[in-house]
Ligand binder design. Structure first.
Ligand code: ZN
Length: 202
């Protein structure tokens, strides 16, 4: 873990390393962004999109919150979605959750907290809607993992029902919506769900 001062030293060292390879890298980077992906991920400190996909700056437009939730009344998310779909014209929206998610566990355990309990309400609803399936799983970790998966799929379905996304499809915009899950214990990222524009553009 870096100390506070080491953060800035590491930054300057990184700048130097890149400038040694390409002296115009940052000048070019500053001109525009043309990401193909809008990443809606968990705020978890182990979920850095550029690291786990070996990507570069400029490849992901990002919104992250606790437990990667998609709520129509979340103005920050909706502004990001609007900008990503209608201005940046991304090709893919990806909802990316993970196993061992603290937000999912808070919902599962019924954590009583003035801020977190309300925020994870949608996961509590997902739990209630899938009570039988979750109860049939014997290990608690596996119950939580399945709840993570079910919640991600639900967020993808919510996105597909939003006007910003539906309007893009009605204009013929080739926009994919995906649900991915990151396994922190193995480092692997996998796809759970994909909504293909060919099925949505009529
Ligand atoms: Zn999480």
């Amino acid at each position: 873990m870096k100390s506070y001062d080491q953060i800035f030293l590491a930054n300057r060292s990184w700048v130097q390393t890149i400038n040694n390879v390409d002296k115009d890298y940052f000048k070019n980077l500053s001109l525009a962004q043309t990401p193909k992906y809008f990443w809606i991920g968990c705020a978890d400190s182990r979920m850095a999109e550029t690291v786990i996909t070996r990507s570069q700056l400029g490849e992901f437009f990002v919104h992250r919150n606790v437990a990667n939730l998609v709520n129509a009344d979340d103005e920050s998310l909706m502004a990001g979605l609007r900008y990503a779909v209608d201005y940046l014209k991304v090709k893919h929206i990806v909802v990316v959750g993970h196993y061992s998610c603290g937000g999912v566990k808070a919902a599962f355990d019924g954590l009583d907290d003035p801020y977190l309990s309300k925020w994870v309400g949608d996961i509590k609803n997902t739990l209630a809607d899938n009570k039988q399936e979750i109860e049939a799983i014997s290990h608690e970790d596996e119950k939580l993992n399945r709840l993570s998966e079910l919640s991600i799929v639900k967020q993808v379905e919510k996105l597909a029902s939003m006007d910003i996304v539906k309007d893009a499809w009605s204009r013929g915009q080739r926009l994919f919506v995906h649900g991915w899950i990151f396994n922190i214990a193995t480092g692997e990222l996998n796809s759970l769900k994909e909504i293909h524009p060919d099925d949505m553009i009529k």
